[in-house]
Write a protein that binds this ligand. Structure first.
Ligand SMILES: Nc1ncnc2c1ncn2[C@@H]1O[C@H](COP(=O)(O)OP(=O)(O)OP(=O)(O)O)[C@@H](O)[C@H]1O
Ligand SMILES: [Mg+2]
Length: 331
């Protein structure tokens, strides 16, 4: 049909990169899309996943997800892309992905991006300060206060030698516990091992500590540290996500085992945290409920660095959390 001929020509010559997917498979793409993959080494499936992370809307009855991302490249400049992921055929599971290079179009001003980033960083800092302040108040201050009470009893009271011994022991135990809590807080704020030895040893130390505290087996299976070419920001984010994911599993899932898997793939580095616990209903926890921040924070931290964040969970079947960062870009 003549209409199809012109449509094909328009899509083929479009400056926007256009791809079509059936399920997980790329089934067709135009010249600009091939150019984007060839020139920048971008994996179509990675682009599709970051598009899926975007804002959802419905246009003319079609389900659409849009996302704007900045991706570092081998060349000097970063790529600023607008992605539009559209459901074309529900039965056949066919989607289109249209990618516009915003640099060409100069649609996203540097000022606006800076503004968004500053807001994100400020919010993250504020939350961190709140948590430290709460820990200091609820745990450290209480411990010191109770040791002070012990000392008062010791000096003011009319205690028998046996009572004196008992009180001094209680004070020492209290101070030891407070000291342990201070050390754990210091580890939580910034694990020194992450800076000195890298991600894998830091995660192994974390797993060992949480296993000892909980009695739940926590395995860490990781590729050779040499192979992990992540920026220090990405390493911090993976560490934080791992910490929150293990804590979530321990707090909510009653698992018998938790496994952290770090692996290299052709285009991505992937971390998975799997537990064999109770699982949960993702839809129910998809929106902010006024107090639970863990899942939202993890997703926000990962997507702010252009990573992909996914969770799969079903009641009684455990939970798997996956984070991916692209590999073949020079950062
Ligand atoms: N691995 C898991 N297994 C079972 N349920 C989970 C798991 N991870 C999260 N959940 C469920 O999802 C909810 C939201 O998790 P989220 O980490 O956002 O909040 P939270 O752990 O309740 O609180 P916090 O803000 O302290 O992290 C949890 O309350 C829990 O019901
Ligand atoms: Mg949590």
């Amino acid at each position: 049909m003549i209409k199809d001929k012109y449509l094909e020509k328009y899509v083929g010559q479009s400056r926007s990169a256009i791809m079509f997917f059936a399920g997980d498979q790329l089934i067709a793409s135009n010249h600009s899309a091939e150019e984007l993959q060839r020139r920048y080494g971008l994996d179509p499936c990675y682009l599709r996943q970051i598009a899926q992370n975007g804002k959802s809307s419905s246009t003319a009855g079609y389900q659409v997800r849009t996302n704007v991302v900045t991706i570092p490249t081998k060349e000097k400049e970063s790529l600023h892309l607008s992605l539009c992921y559209r459901l074309l055929d529900q039965e056949e599971d066919v989607y289109s992905l249209t990618i516009r290079n915003l640099q060409h179009e100069e649609q996203l001003s540097a000022q606006e991006r800076q503004h968004l980033l500053t807001r994100y960083v400020n919010r993250a800092h504020e939350k961190e300060r709140q948590r430290i302040s709460q820990d200091l108040h609820d745990s450290i201050a209480q411990g010191v206060y109770s040791a002070i009470m012990g000392v008062r009893r010791f000096t003011q009271g009319d205690l028998s030698p046996a009572e004196q011994q008992e009180t001094s022991q209680a004070i020492e135990i209290q101070l030891q516990e407070t000291l342990t809590e201070i050390k754990e807080m210091a580890l939580d704020i910034r694990p020194a091992v992450l800076d000195s030895f890298g991600l894998v040893p830091a995660i192994k130390a974390l797993a060992k500590r949480l296993q000892a505290n909980s009695g739940v087996i926590i395995n860490v299976l990781a590729v050779d540290e040499q192979a992990i070419q992540l920026t220090s920001d990405e390493q911090s984010v993976l560490y934080r996500v791992c910490q929150e994911a293990i804590n979530n599993a321990l707090r909510h899932a009653h698992p018998s085992e938790i496994t952290v898997l770090l692996s290299n793939h052709p285009h991505v580095i992937q971390m998975q945290v799997l537990d064999d616990g109770d699982g949960f209903n993702l839809k129910k926890n998809a929106h902010f409920n006024g107090h639970s921040l863990g899942l939202m924070n993890m997703k926000e931290r990962v997507t702010a660095l252009n990573g992909v964040f996914e969770i799969s969970s079903h009641p009684h079947e455990g939970t798997t959390l996956t984070v991916k960062f692209p590999l073949n870009t020079v950062r």
